[in-house]
Design a protein around this ligand. Structure first.
Ligand SMILES: [Zn+2]
Length: 181
């Protein structure tokens, strides 16, 4: 199954709250497989369904030896420790900025078969879970930056060669400097 094009910053689907998955059917299995294939093709550490233009609450992740998918995920914070470090997004290709996140989380959701799944994530895995869950709420990681950093990030985005192009155009791969999510 070929990877699908990743929707880029500016596409309204990235700003839309995704719907809960109701049917654990063949279409869901196909979506999870497409997410996985696209994430690995693009060298990403995570990918959420809205990034493929599908407004459903599903994401895949692969980092630090952890890999899988979560359907209808939620997460709780574990402790109060935070981390600061480079973060990227496959929908904002080629760019990354330091982003503050919680250090430990526990995520709960379902797998493609409808079985409950719990993921204890720290460091990059925790960052991926927070980043991808944000995607399902129409939130992008630049929203998590402080005001000045966000303004600088927006300037870089507007100057990027991909910015303002039609959302479904397939572009040559852009390396992501940070954790590509
Ligand atoms: Zn992202």
């Amino acid at each position: 199954m070929p990877a699908r094009p990743v929707r880029l910053f500016g596409d309204p689907v990235l700003r839309t709250r995704a719907d809960e998955v109701v049917d654990f059917d063949k279409e869901l299995a196909t979506l999870v497989r497409d997410l996985w294939d696209t994430m690995t093709d693009e060298g990403g550490a995570g990918l959420a369904a809205p990034q493929l233009g599908v407004s459903l609450r599903v994401f895949t992740y692969q980092c630090d030896g952890f890999a899988g998918h979560l359907v209808n995920p939620t997460f709780d914070l574990v402790g109060e420790e935070e981390q600061d470090g480079p973060e990227g997004c496959l929908s904002i290709p080629g760019l990354s900025w330091d982003c503050r996140r919680h250090l430990h989380v526990v995520a709960r959701g379902w797998n493609v078969h409808g079985d409950p799944v719990t993921v204890h994530g720290s460091a990059k895995v925790a960052r991926a879970i927070q980043h991808e869950t944000d995607h399902l709420d129409g939130v992008l990681f630049i929203d998590r930056l402080d005001r000045e950093a966000r303004r600088a990030a927006m300037k870089e985005i507007r100057e990027a060669d991909w910015f303002g192009r039609p959302p479904t155009v397939r572009l040559s791969p852009h390396p992501t400097n940070g954790l590509g999510l």
